[in-house]
Design a protein around this ligand. Structure first.
Ligand code: PEP
Ligand code: MN
Length: 352
């Protein structure tokens, strides 16, 4: 249920209503929009009558029920106000959300050594990426495949962060590693294979860094939004949803089927920012540019793209990784689409 306050409602009145709701055993959450304040209510609201609730204060404009099972993640809960996830990076605050330019996240599948991660960070930054990705802990299908360098790779990510000022995003697979990851990462990734690891979702929800939640490879949209709800219910409202391809019947030519139709669907259901990962989505470097362009045209808020200085030698996901040169060209191609849809940051012009 949500309480929509009238424009100009006094703060004391908003506080008074929130306190009254606490007294009724509900959890109120204040959402400050451009013009109005909305008080989202979570808890046992089934027996409450919205019309009666409206009588609580003359400053209440409307009381509405949230019909979706995902309450905090639903568009209704914020009365249509999009969430802006602010990420503090050494360089600047990076904002991911509908009212901001598209944010590109780029970097290798896994962190291999200091030289490669620092060099990749420098390349992708020069091309316009705002965040560096790189796996320290890797979820691999085979136990004999490279598993990531683990804790030592976190140190290498910290070095790349220091060297370039880029923010870092890296995956947590095991809750035991979360504290160490949070020390280095500006955004914590929950991978496709852990999307319904509910105990992990609760733990990333209880730490302060934004969470990049990948869609499970056979997850429905509702299951995905309920996973986001776990994180939000645990106290963390900063969730970015990332489509990374789903399993379908045909795996002959592409690794997954990138479901770009989630962009308009999610827009109608949630206020959370939407990212697209065309690298895992297709599994083939040659298909990544088209899908990245399509994602921006369809309204994505962020892209995650795998880039490796020498894809043929990559320890994981080489076939889907772009070279820095191809990534640079792609960013120029993307700028055309990005500008056409009014979502591209003008390049920073160096002062002479
Ligand atoms: C990754 O981003 O490297 C990764 C493992 O992604 P996903 O969870 O989407 O497979
Ligand atoms: Mn990968």
């Amino acid at each position: 249920m949500i309480i929509v306050m009238k424009v100009g409602s006094p703060q004391e009145e908003i506080d008074r209503i929130s306190e009254e709701m606490c007294g009724r055993g509900l959890t109120p959450e204040k959402i400050v929009g451009k013009h109005k304040v909305v008080i989202g209510l979570v808890g046992e609201t089934a027996a409450l009558d919205p019309l009666q609730m409206q009588e609580i204060s003359p400053w209440i404009e409307q009381v509405l029920r949230v019909e979706q099972p995902f309450k905090r993640a639903s568009l209704e809960f914020r009365h249509g106000q999009p969430t802006d996830v602010a990420i503090e990076t050494p360089d600047r605050a990076v904002h991911i959300g509908q009212n901001h330019p598209v944010v590109t996240i780029a970097g290798p599948c896994s962190v291999e050594n200091e030289e490669m991660i620092v060099a990749t960070a420098q390349y992708v930054k020069a091309s316009g990426a705002k965040l560096l990705r790189g796996g320290a802990y890797k979820p691999r299908t085979s136990p004999y495949a490279f598993q990531g360098h683990g804790e030592s790779a976190l140190g290498l990510l910290a070095a790349a962060r220091e060297a370039t000022g880029l923010g870092i995003i890296t995956e947590v697979m095991d809750a035991e590693d979360l504290d160490k990851i949070v020390e280095v990462a500006d955004v914590v990734q929950v991978g496709a294979r852990n999307m319904q690891n509910f105990s992990l979702l609760k733990k990333v929800g209880a730490q302060p860094k934004p969470v990049f939640l990948k869609r499970g490879m056979s997850a429905t949209i509702e299951e995905w939004l309920m996973a986001a709800e776990y994180i939000m219910a645990a106290g963390n409202p900063n969730v970015i949803l990332c489509e990374r391809g789903i399993r379908t019947f045909d795996r002959q030519y592409a690794r997954n089927t990138l479901d770009l139709s989630v962009i308009p669907v999610l827009r109608s259901l949630t206020h959370l920012p939407i990212a697209i990962d065309p690298s895992h989505g297709t599994g083939r470097a040659e298909y990544v540019p088209s899908m990245a362009m399509a994602a921006i045209a369809a309204g994505a808020d962020s892209l995650m793209i795998e880039v490796h200085p020498n894809p043929a030698k990559a320890l994981s996901d080489g076939p889907q990784s772009l070279t820095p040169q191809r990534f640079d060209r792609l960013m120029q191609e993307l700028s055309v689409i990005g500008r056409a849809v009014g979502r591209w940051q003008p390049p920073v012009v160096a002062l002479t």
